[in-house]
Every structure is written in structure tokens, then in C-alpha cells.
Ligand binder design. Structure first.
Ligand code: NAP
Length: 248
């Protein structure tokens, strides 16, 4: 029996990349999973098919987490489809990189809206059932750049640093109800997001990673699965780096 048998999980932004790997891993560990997507309907359907094909339970749910109604509907639909909610993984994220002087207000807002406000909105909606059942796990996907900053990513680093403040505050607010809230901070993980950087930048980054490789979505998913499980029951308000030592 998997360690998450009987648990019900919602993973936002699970149509590809890290979210996809998290959905597959939680399902492999026994959880029933709601696979949220925004634009990638076909990709989300493929994730659901992979899970159900392996004997697991999954549903796909379209919804924009940066929109209050979209986030609330996504959480409510997941709850309804799975019969409750035990695990929320706030993974949905975007980048709109530019140096501060050239960064538009629109790109600032878009990144803050998805990466930070989206997590707030989904957390708020998911907390009600979790508070009622006096248990739950919330895991927020931050980034190594929250702690280091990164030229060209003021909006993204600000959103990811804000996510850490959100994580610690909600952890304190709901600890007495048996709910833990933690953050995972990936370094450079091979996904579409990282493929967007130039070959030269990739070489420079690789030289700074002590474990001398980019991470895989599965590396991050393993950390999320740990935080979602019973073995992490005494861990809350923490930020766990999955970065090959980049942040050392
Ligand atoms: P990715 O491959 O670009 O995937 C992003 C996911 O977010 C997609 O499934 C996308 O869905 C979804 N998404 C975007 N906007 C959304 C919205 N408004 N509502 C719902 N879903 C939305 O990115 P990734 O590399 O896997 O990153 C996943 C998370 O890890 C992000 O929070 C990112 O900031 C964080 N992270 C990544 C790295 C890295 O090296 N890759 C490092 C540190 C942190 P659709 O395609 O359906 O629109």
C-alpha cells in the first residue's frame, strides 16, 4: 500500500513540468489526484491518462488560479470530484523576465498574480475543508531565487519570497488544527521554464551547482511527496531546498 493511500490531492499547474511530476508521484504513492491546468487541456488529459492507466485515480480541472472565481471553482471541483481534500500543492507559476528598468507593470502584476495571489486564493479555499477535518497538508512551490535574487527576475523573486512569508504565516495560523504548511525551493530544474534560458546562461549556472547537474521534476516531486506524507507530520513553516547545493 502506498504511503498516501486514501489521501486526496490537488496540484495546481500540473499539466507539465514539475506539477506533472508531482501529480504522477502523489498518485504512484496512492493519492487520488486533481490535475489543474490553465491552457494545457490536452497535456493535463495525458497526465490523467497516465495515472488512471497505472491503476490510480485522477481528474483534470481547468482553471486560472490567479482569478478569485477560478481558484475557488478549481478547489471546489477537486473536492467534489475526489470526495474531499487532504493535500494542496500550489505549484502553478509563470515567468515574465526583464530588468527592473524595463519591467512593465503588466508583467509585474501577471507574475505576482499567478505565483503569489494564486497560492493565497487556493489556500484560502482549501483551508475550509481542512480546518473542518482537522488535518491537511499545503505545499507551496517557491524558488531558490527567493533567497538570492536574480537579475531580470524582480517580479518572480518578489513573488517567490512573498510565498515564503505566506507559508510561514499560514503555518502559524493553522498549526493547532493539524494542518502543516511548507515550501519547496527548487534550484534549476529541467522544464520548459528553464529551457527558455540561453545555452551560455545554462553553462554558467551549471558551474555553480555543487552536484553538477540540473535537477529533474522527479527530484522535486520526491520532496513534495515526503512533505505530504505522515513522515513529515512534525515539519511546518519550513522551506526545503531541492537545488543540488546551489543555495549553499
Ligand atoms: P512550467 O513547465 O512552465 O509549468 C507551469 C505550469 O503552471 C503549467 O502546468 C501551467 O499550466 C501552469 N499555470 C500557469 N499559469 C497558470 C494559471 N494562471 N492557473 C493555473 N495554472 C497555471 O513550469 P515548471 O518549471 O514546471 O514550474 C513549476 C513551478 O516550480 C512554478 O511555480 C515555478 O516557479 C517553480 N520553479 C521552477 C523551477 C525550474 O527550474 N523549472 C525552479 C524553481 C521554481 P498550462 O500550461 O495549462 O497553462
Amino acid at each position: 500500500m502506498g504511503s498516501l493511500e486514501g489521501r486526496r490531492a490537488l496540484v495546481t499547474g500540473a499539466s507539465r513540468g514539475i506539477g506533472r511530476a508531482v501529480a504522477l508521484r502523489l498518485a504512484a504513492d496512492g493519492a487520488a489526484v486533481a490535475v489543474n491546468y490553465h491552457t494545457g487541456e490536452a497535456e493535463a488529459a495525458e497526465v490523467v491518462a497516465a495515472i488512471t492507466g497505472a491503476g490510480g485515480t485522477a481528474v483534470s480541472i481547468g482553471g486560472d488560479v490567479s482569478d478569485a472565481a477560478g481558484a475557488a471553482a478549481t478547489v471546489a471541483t477537486a473536492q467534489e470530484a475526489l470526495g474531499g481534500l487532504d493535500i494542496l500543492v500550489n505549484n502553478a507559476g509563470i515567468t515574465r523576465d526583464n530588468l527592473v528598468l524595463r519591467l512593465s507593470e503588466e508583467d509585474w502584476d501577471a507574475v505576482l498574480d499567478v505565483n503569489l495571489k494564486g497560492a493565497f486564493l487556493c489556500t484560502k479555499a482549501a483551508l475550509r475543508p481542512m480546518l473542518r477535518q482537522r488535518s491537511g497538508r499545503i505545499i507551496n512551490m517557491t524558488s531558490v531565487v527567493a533567497g538570492t535574487g536574480n537579475p531580470g527576475q524582480a517580479n518572480y523573486a518578489a513573488a517567490k519570497a512573498g510565498l515564503i512569508g505566506l507559508t510561514k504565516t499560514v503555518a502559524r495560523e493553522v498549526a493547532s488544527r493539524g494542518i502543516t504548511v511548507n515550501a519547496v525551493a527548487p534550484g534549476f530544474i529541467s522544464t520548459r521554464m528553464v529551457e527558455a534560458i540561453t545555452e551560455e546562461q545554462r553553462g554558467l549556472v551549471l558551474g555553480r551547482i555543487p552536484l553538477a547537474r540540473f535537477g529533474t521534476p522527479e527530484d522535486v516531486a520526491a520532496c513534495v511527496a515526503f512533505l505530504a506524507g505522515d513522515d513529515a507530520g512534525y515539519i511546518t513553516g519550513q522551506v526545503l531546498g531541492v537545488d543540488g547545493g546551489l543555495s549553499l
